[in-house]
Design a protein around this ligand. Structure first.
Ligand SMILES: N[C@@H](CCC(=O)N[C@@H](CS)C(=O)NCC(=O)O)C(=O)O
Length: 226
């Protein structure tokens, strides 16, 4: 991994790694992809991300960068000639970063809770997920994308929600995003998933669905054993 070479360590069903693949594709950056195994991580991944031992890791010119939102900004700043994910305006940048943090801090754990829990705990997670997703939808301000007319940083950060949430609804039989309750967010799901680069870079639906079903079973089994 010398010179200007770009390598991404990901895992095929990992939403945070998909953020980075979308970003690299949107910027038309050539990269090598290494698919990691959840249970047996490679020595290289552990060397590059010794603290969290997670994907994604982006290695550029031999230097590793970790944490998907940090990597996203790194990509935006490093390859800054064509499209930019964040605007020049410091206030708009701060607002976009706020919503990305809100999404990871509030929406993500609640959505995972809906997938991984049962009974009252699942109902609580469902309520939290619906509330935080509704709040997130308000950040669209009636626009086609979080970035306005074009896909931007916040669309890439939130993009996984548009693909994962409908599948989690199938797996659990619970509605997280109702078209009538959250029309803007629901419309954004379609707008985002219809965008050419995004559409071409999604994990196969049936494979992901069956992965989520077994993940739910494993998580429920491990919580009842603990
Ligand atoms: N905050 C981190 C989260 C990374 C993360 O949770 N990665 C998951 C895949 S989406 C992972 O590596 N899981 C494997 C593990 O936990 O061992 C980020 O945004 O990069």
């Amino acid at each position: 991994m010398e010179g200007d070479e770009v390598t991404l360590f990901g895992m095929w069903p990992a939403p945070m790694a998909l953020r980075i693949e979308w970003a690299l594709k949107l910027k038309r950056i050539k990269y090598k992809y290494i698919d990691e195994d959840h249970y047996t991580k490679s020595p290289l991944l552990l060397k590059y991300n010794p603290i969290y031992k997670k994907v994604p890791v982006l290695v550029h010119g031999g230097r590793p960068i970790v944490e998907s939102l940090v990597i996203l900004e790194y990509i935006d700043e490093t390859w800054n000639e064509d499209c930019m994910f964040l605007t020049d305006d410091p206030c708009e940048r701060a607002i976009a970063r706020f919503w990305a943090r809100f999404s990871d801090d509030k929406c993500l754990p609640a959505i995972v809770g809906v997938l991984s829990k049962t009974g009252e705990a699942q109902e609580k997670a469902l309520k939290e997920a619906q509330e935080s997703l509704k709040t997130l939808g308000e950040a669209l301000n009636g626009n086609k994308f979080f970035g306005g007319e074009m896909i931007g940083y916040l669309d890439i950060a939130n993009g996984w929600i548009s693909y994962w949430v409908p599948l989690i609804e199938v797996v659990t039989g619970l509605k997280l995003v109702d078209e009538n309750e959250m029309p803007s967010l629901h419309a954004w799901f379609r707008n985002f998933l219809d965008f050419p680069v995004i559409k071409e870079m999604l994990p196969p639906r049936e494979r992901l669905l069956s992965h989520l079903k077994s993940l739910r079973e494993d998580l429920i089994a491990s919580s009842s054993n603990s």
